[in-house]
Design a protein around this ligand. Structure first.
Ligand code: NAD
Ligand code: MG
Length: 387
């Protein structure tokens, strides 16, 4: 395969996805070139990454860390910018072919839209941006003829199952979910769970926000909405199945009743590599599944009564407009408060539900409308916390 090298920007290179992406990239120096690395505040790791991968540009969003990064990288001939606004500009740089969006939360929205507008393919990890503004993002991507390549393991699984099926309509998809650390618990038992328990995911090691989202099932709720936009499906075509072993990463069902699933050990480098290398499967020595270690793969129904966030997400999906944006903003505030020890586990879903009731509905929001709804929802949620 003689291929031109792919020039890559990683937005959020110091996080769980960002560091694993660099592990992938380091394996294929004749395939990938790093053009841009960015971090919010982890200056030390950003500097170390830049010294290894020699990007053209880095962005440290936290302005108080600018001097430290600038002084370390200036001698290396690497340009250093600061401020969240710079993300919107650096993703447009001429040599970039593909932008990996690995920031967490709503903060990734503007840079993703800007990269698509500039015609860059997107390897999409930052699911919150699609949840908030899926309609605008997918329309812009199709106008600019830009690929949205999923990084989320479930969506990568669906995408892999759809290879070669482009003309066959999907009847239904099943997003698998491990169920998180609290699978099988009752509401009563969840009332007193701690932050430490919630941070212990059984199968995946991830950033703190998505780990809490997995415990509260909001992660799966966000993924249902993410799937709606990536694959153009209706709410009733998307089901969740609890699969505690996390070996089957998701399933597509077709018109003839046939189902295709994608499976393997849980290792985010695999979907990251598929998105970066698409359409090629590059050879890699990641651990292989041994069936002897998994004598049983099991499946259960999700518990919508205990994990109310699932109901919130389907309601947001069905209603559309700014409701998913409001839900996402309230969730970001709720998770932060839970991580700080300011609210209990079950308060999160309650706060989200009440914020969704309170914020005025907008049917066809623009990006500035989404930003306004996000701000309103955060403000409402903060006041709720102070009550
Ligand atoms: P993380 O917290 O480990 O890393 C986040 C990265 O974004 C860091 O580099 C951080 O510096 C940067 N960042 C955070 N806030 C920022 C802000 N306000 N402005 C600019 N930069 C900011 O998160 P993660 O676990 O790597 O997750 C990243 C995204 O990928 C999330 O949307 C998550 O849902 C999604 N995702 C993650 C995994 C996983 O295994 N970690 C799996 C599937 C999807
Ligand atoms: Mg996932």
């Amino acid at each position: 395969m003689e291929e031109k090298k792919k020039h890559i920007a990683i937005i959020g290179s110091t996080g769980s996805i960002g560091t694993q992406a660099l592990d992938v990239i380091a394996r294929f120096p004749d395939r990938f070139v790093v053009e841009v690395l960015t971090a919010n505040g982890n200056a030390r790791l950003l500097i170390a990454q830049a010294k290894t991968f020699k990007p053209n540009v880095v962005v440290i969003c936290d302005e108080s860390k600018y001097k430290e990064v600038e002084e370390a990288l200036w001698p290396e001939g690497i340009k250093v910018y600061t401020g969240i606004k710079s993300l919107e500009e650096v993703v447009r740089m001429e040599p970039i072919d593909l932008v990996l969006t690995a920031v967490v939360g709503f903060a990734g929205l503007r840079s993703t839209v800007s990269a698509i507008d500039a015609g860059k393919d997107i390897a999409l990890a930052n699911k919150e941006t699609l949840v908030v503004a899926g309609e605008i993002i997918t329309e812009l991507a199709s106008q600019r003829n830009v690929k949205l390549l999923p990084v989320d393991s479930e969506h990568s699984a669906i995408f892999q199952c759809l290879a070669g099926e482009w003309y066959n309509p999907v009847e239904k998809i099943y997003l698998t979910a491990s169920g998180g650390p609290f699978r099988g618990r009752t509401r009563q038992e969840l009332a007193s769970v701690t932050r430490e328990e919630a941070l212990k995911h059984p199968n995946w090691s991830m950033g703190a926000k998505i780990t809490i989202d997995s415990a509260s099932m909001m992660n799966k709720g966000l993924e249902v909405i993410e799937a709606r936009w990536l694959f153009g499906l209706k709410a009733r075509q998307i089901d969740i199945v609890i699969h505690p072993q996390s070996i089957i990463h998701s399933i597509v069902q077709f018109a003839d009743s046939s189902m295709k699933a994608q499976m393997g050990l849980p290792d985010m480098r695999v979907p990251i590599q598929y998105a970066l290398g698409f359409p090629w499967r590059l050879p890699a020595d990641y651990p292989r599944l041994d069936f002897a270690d998994f004598s049983q793969l099991t499946f259960e129904k999700p518990d919508f009564e205990t994990f109310e966030n699932l109901k919130h997400a389907y309601r947001a999906l069905e209603k559309g407009g700014n409701l998913a944006c409001v839900m996402n903003a309230a969730n970001e505030v709720a998770v932060e408060a839970f991580l700080k020890g300011n609210i209990r586990f079950l308060d999160m879903a309650e706060l989200i539900g009440e914020t969704m009731e309170a914020i005025p509905f907008l049917k066809q929001p623009s990006i500035p409308d989404y930003e306004a709804s996000d701000a309103q929802a955060r403000e409402y949620a903060r006041q709720w916390l102070n009550k």
